[in-house]
Ligand binder design. Sequence first.
Ligand code: NAD
Length: 472
Amino acid sequence: MIHTRFPNRLVMLGFGSIGQGVLPLILRHIDIAPTNITIVTAEPRGKEVAAQYGIRFIEQAATLENYRALLTPMLQKGDFLLNLSVDVGSVALMQLCQELDVLYLDTVVEPWAGGYTDPSLSPSQRSNYAMREAAIALRGMAAGGPTAITAHGANPGLVSHFVKQALLDIARDTGAPVATPPPCADRAAWAQIAEQLGVKVIHIAERDTQVGDRPKKPGEFVNTWSVDGFVGEGCQPAELGWGTHEKALPADGRRHESGCDAAIYLLRPGASTRVRTWTPLEGPFHGFLITHNESISLADYFTARNADGSVRYRPTAHYAYHPCDDAVLSVHELAGKNWEMQPEKRLMTDEIVRGMDELGVLLMGHQKGAYWYGSRLTIDQARKLAPHNNATSLQVTVAVLAGVIWAMENPRRGVVESDEMDYARILEICRPYLGEVVGVYSDWTPLQGRAVLFPEALDTADPWQFSNIRVV
Ligand code: NAD
């Protein structure tokens, strides 16, 4: 089904697992001439895929020094820059697109190369919090300008729309149905729904069970999506939206000195910070608290304020990620080498023999305990639905497609975060590609099964404290 027609040009920056996975979806669902699409990327990877679809392929890395000279000749008013690269500063590209009157979407607020681990920057300065602040600081200059969607993949991205649907489901099932969901631009109304339902914690709870036909070798980092992307964010300080129900800041927790103040960071990498969480098929598990843009944007978006502006309610929000088993082994090896990257990397594609990505949001602390809402997509389903994808990438690429369509349908919105987009329209576009989409209630809490062995360390008065969720 064609969702929209785009007569202008589209430049794709980066053509790795996400770029290659989204191209066939764009050509399937957007009426655009292949001759109007150009790929600009740092390496030959994907060249044969581009050729298969008749797309121009330029092998040239974008850098701080050359990005304006490289991209400006390819972009005119009304065109689209789709940024699916690593190591290219998102904020610089957003600024350029505003100047050129060009639509923009990325899936993460990315710093220039080395920015995640730059020792000259403080943990706060190289946090996702700081990068998000820099991106949303462009709201003023972009007001009424071309739509620039910041951080819209699966997570960040799709999960923000899952949260809205989950809230409406819980409201319905607890006898407080929302007759007409508020527009997504109305943050206060959505925050009020979350507050009234008593949602204390939101996890992005993900269990990837995909396995390949050969095990990870020593000295090899294996993953189902960008190894560079995962290692980069995994080495950043752990970050989480910090809820108003939390009784005490963790000993290694720090607040930022400026900005929205919706989140904190921990003085340790996310890839060495584990949290207890739950998904319907996996049950309880330990996930990594990897920093993500949505941890901050969700906490900020769902903040309810008093008339004097003081904060009355905010949920704790963070990622709880169990990547595929070989990636867990890879992280373990990486940490043991003091975060020095393995000499070899392998992004699993054709060698995957089974498994699924169970990706959703877990809303906790309300009347019905915990509610997970999300996608269960197997590798077999993903392969049938779209070429050049595995289960993990398809959840991302269909969300990228939906964001691109939404930007084309809403071209003058300026800088937009996932939470501000129309959740129903995005879910409508994504749904055919998400496998089974389910909502499941659970009586799971992070205290389950623990009180017997080590009762003294637990806060039994409130199961939903971060001190109970964190694995120490
Ligand atoms: P990948 O490593 O497979 O591919 C990255 C691509 O960027 C490659 O084509 C590479 O050549 C290109 N590239 C690297 N440096 C470049 C430069 N200087 N100029 C131009 N191109 C350059 O990564 P991926 O899995 O395709 O992920 C792409 C991006 O999407 C990453 O930033 C990743 O963090 C993000 N991502 C977001 C989500 C989400 O759900 N929001 C999920 C997966 C990936």
